[in-house]
Design a protein around this ligand. Structure first.
Ligand code: 2NL
Length: 336
């Protein structure tokens, strides 16, 4: 029996040494210590031994059993130490994910729209592919106007083009709805300009339109003055300078006192002390005709803001290309 015990011990320990996965440990435990295990069977047979042999063999059998159990535990521990789940320290702080931020142009569009929302305007968006009717004809831009030339508009096919301003969306709003109307229209616009520090073939606009009975030029001046004061600060000066647009009459560009030199004259304002920030005017009766509004009953004002220009002035950016080159070193300077 002693021989048998020693042989079993050797056999069991060899198996333990050569095992490859923790699941095998349990198999080996059952093989020797299970209800019908090899060691269990020997221990059961102890009671049949003569009285005088029992203690000695009993001690040996128990010692072998204990050693076997110790060895099992040891192997189990080794596997745990090297297994992956035990190596992950779940108390460590996580690695923050790279969530990104809004683009400065998105932020500027939102900032502009928020001001008009606070004044009761609605925000509307529309298609970037348009027809000549919505982009030109309805806006009183005649066929011979230079902006309709193939060098100044991206024509696609069969009377389709990439909109050169967001005004077509306002035409669509007027077709669909009756006054009173107060909307701002943000979005991408396209013009085949040669790219340089101040020009891009794609840029962003926010246009606005207000129509009701008895809307006056004073409403235009008050609304747009308040807008630029909210955007650039109360301390700036505002002036309206006569201009011409086919879709408004009269028309005016809005200038603010230079935010760099406070009106003294510098490189940014070309020594004039003033910066042009938007175009505006009273909606031309020809536009009302195109959308079948009675121009004796309604009047309104409209305006257009170049988003890149506003962002460049507000954040001191000297090259429009920085917005579109996707260089994180630039974009990350404007978080949130
Ligand atoms: C500019 C000038 C302007 C408008 C846009 C407009 C739209 C309709 C009717 C009349 Cl549907 N006008 N839009 C009016 C005046 C100026 O934008 O220089 N934008 C950067």
């Amino acid at each position: 029996m002693i021989k048998e015990l020693k042989r079993l011990q050797k056999e069991a320990l060899t198996k333990l040494e050569n095992l490859k996965s923790p699941s095998e440990i349990e198999k080996i435990r059952l093989e020797y210590l299970g209800r019908k295990g090899k060691l269990t069977n020997i221990l059961k047979r102890l009671s049949y031994l003569p009285q005088e042999e029992r203690p000695k063999i009993g001690r040996l059998a128990n010692a072998i059993k204990d050693k076997f159990i110790d060895e099992l535990d040891q192997r189990l521990k080794e596997f745990k130490d090297t297994s992956v789940e035990e190596k992950i320290d779940i108390t460590l702080p996580g690695i923050p994910p790279n969530v990104g931020t809004k683009h400065l142009i998105t932020k500027t569009i939102e900032e502009i729209c928020e001001i008009f929302i606070s004044l009761g305007f609605n925000v509307v968006e529309g298609p970037e592919i348009e027809t000549e009717f919505y982009n030109f004809e309805a806006l009183n831009i005649p066929l011979e106007h230079p902006s309709r030339d193939a060098f100044d508009t991206f024509y696609i096919s069969k009377g389709k083009l990439l909109r050169s301003h967001t005004s077509p969306v306002q035409i669509r709003v007027m077709e669909k709805e009756k006054p009173p109307i107060a909307v701002v229209v943000p979005g991408k616009v396209y013009r085949p300009d040669a790219v340089d520090a101040t020009h891009s073939f794609m840029f962003h606009q926010v246009e606005g339109l207000v129509i009701d009975k008895e809307v006056t030029f004073s409403d235009l001046k008050g609304t747009l003055s308040l807008f630029v004061e909210r955007l650039f600060g109360k301390d700036i000066k505002v002036r309206f300078r006569p201009h011409f647009f086919p879709f408004t009459e009269p028309s005016a560009d809005l200038d603010i006192s230079c935010i760099i030199c406070k009106g003294k004259g510098c490189r940014v304002c070309s020594n004039t002390g003033w910066l042009e920030v938007l175009g505006s005017g009273m909606v031309d009766p020809e536009v009302f005709k195109a959308v079948k509004y009675d121009y004796n009953k309604f009047s309104g004002f409209a305006f257009g803001v170049g988003v890149e220009r506003i962002a460049m002035l507000k954040y001191g950016i000297d090259d429009i290309r920085l917005f579109f080159e996707n260089d994180l070193r630039f974009l990350k300077q404007f978080p949130i």
